[in-house]
Design a protein around this ligand. Sequence first.
Ligand code: SF4
Length: 67
Amino acid sequence: MKMHPNHQQNRPKKELSPRERQEVCTGGMWQNRCPEYSPTTTQCRACGCFVNAKVKLATEKCPLGKW
Ligand code: SF4
């Protein structure tokens, strides 16, 4: 996984914005795609949810604890 320039180890886990959550799932400039994300169906294989919708809902959590 590529590291963001501001990455620090042992930093407390912060609440991620919907866009940041999306990048954890689908990948982005500083992040590889989650192996559970299916670009074909845009679903998370771990929970079956459609990621675009899931990341916007404050009550939702990543089943693998990534956000
Ligand atoms: S396991 Fe978590 S990070 Fe991976 S696609 Fe599902 S919700 Fe996203």
